[in-house]
Ligand binder design. Sequence first.
Ligand code: SF4
Ligand code: SF4
Length: 515
Amino acid sequence: MSISRRRFISMLAGTGTVAAAATLTGCRPVSDPSGAGWLPNQYRDQSNFKPPVRGRVAFAPDDPAIMRDDEKCILCGQCIEACEKVQSVFGYYELPVFDDFICVHCGQCSLWCPTGSIRARNQVDEVLAAINDPNYVVVAQPSPATRVGLGEEFGLPAGTWVEGQLATSMKEAGFDYAMDINFSADLTITEEAAELVQRVTTGGVLPQFTSCCPAWVKFVEYYYPELIPHLSSARSPIGMHGPVIKTYFAEKEGIDPEKLLTVTLTPCVAKKFEIARPEFVNGAVAKYYNNENIKDNDIILCAREYAELLRKLDIDFANLPEGKFDPLCSQGSGGGLIFGNTGGVMEAAVRTAYYYITGEQPPEHLLHFEDVRGLKGIKKASVDIPGAGTVKVAVAHGLLNARKLCEEVKRGTCEFQFMEVMACPGGCISGGGQPRTAVPPQDWVRQARIDTNYAKDASYSLRNCHDNPEIQAFYNDFAEKPLSHVAHELLHTHYHSRGDKVTPKEVDAEGQYKK
Ligand code: SF4
Ligand code: SF4
């Protein structure tokens, strides 16, 4: 007979043996909360408590990104805390909801869940099968934020830089190519900055919202579909990387695109949802080859899943020598690297927009754009760009903060031309798929990861996305220039209203719903 963790704890609560039982069942002490299974304090003391029942968030059984192991759930309600108070998703719609589970797949609840019950839909075995299948060429690439988080899964301090170990581990794991999403982060900035300049100079829809966070995009589609025209049409770095690998890279390397699989290592749970969107399953690559069998991207493996894969393969990650990524679609600038930090996309885009408008490299202060850095929930700044005047920008992280900015736009009180939003507090460095170094997530962990990224950016000679030689070669050899026809076909997308799925509650200017 199987027994849920909650029921087991309830049975033991009156006997004063919870702490011992927690140890026996694999629950770890609070000082070591990474991985699955530790218990919060109230379950470790001897007492006659009844564990509080506060409910939980719901997931669709076929959710492509996130799931719950019911046997571990203790109904403590921490997931509701994250979803309602941080993300303003749970509770922000009228009931009943008829044909959807309202979730943006950010995975923040999986970082708050004390028992590790909530996790990304696991694709480790799928990746192992692909690596071992000689019929496929498997191309792997890590997102910017993985290289400041993954080390924590292997006992390294928060924010340890492990880019070199990542490159080596990908080869040791058996991937045919080790590429880097930092290349595509640069590509996203070149397209998004070009789009911003076009909107500013031709009277287009403003403010322009960044669109690289799929959880934020789905949030807009649910709650603010009337604001969809504000979303940049530029795909996210992963959304661009797949099509570039399966066209430009495949042609250069002479690889049959039908035999090519992409596996992207991410801090992000929602990326699993993003690549499963219909417009990316039968998307740019299918259209390019007139072959519906080729998806734009194939598999997303979150950082915690990748750590599991390395453990399965007995790879001693922390002690690996530092390696390098393969050339062609791997070089990244400091601008691409800081994509993982809240404010990083904004800073990188402003550097490149400055260059596009003035023809000159951005001045030194834009290489350290302090006003958009840090963990303040909403950051506001302005930039003087000769030829464009003063451009006002805003950055929000955490969807409740984003909601406040959406309300400003809706109410006509928004003064900004460009807004960056990341669903996860701190940005992707604290994405739902990152190591659970502190549960619930803590700012000292976020700050350590952020600091490492900015220090690395400052140490690079290549700071601007538009200066990346591999990006310049891609345009020269293949896509001509940002916003060209080829670029639009491969690197841009469109969005759908989900307004028919949900009736949003009325909210005030602070983003709080009226009860
Ligand atoms: S994944 Fe995000 S939106 Fe979905 S239930 Fe968890 S916190 Fe809420
Ligand atoms: S902030 Fe980053 S990690 Fe979080 S949902 Fe958005 S893209 Fe994913």
